[in-house]
Design a protein around this ligand. Structure first.
Ligand code: CP
Ligand code: NVA
Length: 313
């Protein structure tokens, strides 16, 4: 059987997400009650990091251990990849030795080449274009707090980066709307975002207008990993795209605030917002653990059981 990969958000159907979220709820509940659940004993996860990470590394590593498996973490600079070994060769070798691979790298094309030569499931732990595991956790968090995301409005304020692109893919799958506001020159590139073009997002020049009546306001760093040389220019260009209390007031009264983290207080978000009442950033970070455990279970074991009705997203 060919391995199933998770390289971008649209790799799963809505019905598969509902299954994965149902499993997430069950796995999270077991974890909170200290009930061991170890279906992945004897399974090994290899993680390859070409960029920094805190949440992705800890959540995958802790998650795999909690499911009974083991983890090997590779920082590319310490491996032969750092000395130019072709990604295709690395894929052929390590996927004969482990059961699942998570990669954080630069271009999406790199992870796609790896997956082409892989015998086992490959998971995108962030590329320049996408961050599907992040939005998996984010949508689970939204539904936990507010119920179905169907028909809701998410305001994306800031750079149209990997996290933004993934929100846009998710909107097409779950049928919600995204109001995007970026500074001029940083607009969404629909082809790079991998969209079907179903009209689930709208662009706004004015971030305050994008925030109006939103059910969720979310943002991310102005300078993503790999864009560091543009940092000074971006700090100037993005100055008016800070999520502050005034912007939160433009949204619905019960709007949530999310940020994938790490955050820069005083840049893309004011401290009063990220540390305020409407912020769910810590739940959002925690849910990376639970959703990715369900993701690994699904990729390795398929549908093991359903717990009644699927979760309504
Ligand atoms: N949000 C996220 O992916 O965090 P890390 O870069 O710390 O993994
Ligand atoms: N857009 C950010 C996300 C970090 C989790 C980056 O790519 O650096």
């Amino acid at each position: 059987m060919e391995a199933r990969h998770y390289l971008q958000f649209k790799d799963f159907t809505r019905e598969e997400y509902e299954y994965v979220f149902e499993r997430t709820r069950w796995i999270k509940d077991m974890f909170k009650r200290y009930v061991p659940y170890q279906p992945l004993r004897d399974r090994t996860l290899a993680m390859v990091f070409e960029k920094h990470s805190t949440r992705t590394r800890v959540s995958f590593e802790a998650g795999m251990h909690q499911l009974g498996g083991t983890v090997i973490t590779l920082m590319t600079r310490d491996t032969q990849m750092g000395r130019g070994e072709p990604i295709e060769d690395v894929a052929r070798v390590i996927t004969r030795m482990v059961d699942i691979v998570m990669i954080r790298t630069f271009e999406q094309a790199i992870i796609e080449r790896f997956a082409e030569y892989s015998r086992v499931p490959v998971v995108n732990g962030l590329t320049n274009e996408y961050h599907p595991c992040q939005i998996l956790g984010d949508i689970y968090t939204f539904v936990e707090h507010r119920g179905s995301i169907h028909g809701k409005t998410v305001a994306w304020i800031g750079d149209s980066n990997n996290v933004c692109n993934t929100w846009l893919q998710a909107a097409e799958i779950f049928d919600f709307n995204v109001h995007v506001s970026t500074p001029p020159g940083y607009e969404v590139e629909p082809e790079r975002a991998g969209l079907y073009g179903t009209g689930h997002y709208e662009e706004f020049e004015d971030p305050m207008q994008a925030a109006e009546n939103a059910d969720l306001i979310t943002t991310d760093v102005w300078t993503s990993m790999g864009d560091e040389s543009e940092d000074a220019e971006r700090k100037r260009d993005f100055e008016a795209w800070r999520v502050d209390r005034k912007m939160m007031r433009a949204a619905r009264k019960d709007a949530l605030f999310m940020h994938c983290l790490p955050a820069h207080r005083g840049e893309e978000v004011a401290a009063e917002v990220i540390d305020g009442q409407q912020s769910v950033v810590w739940d959002e970070a925690e849910n990376r653990l639970h959703t990715q455990k369900a993701l690994m279970e699904y990729l390795l074991l398929g549908r093991i059981k359903t717990q009644g009705d699927l979760w309504s997203t």
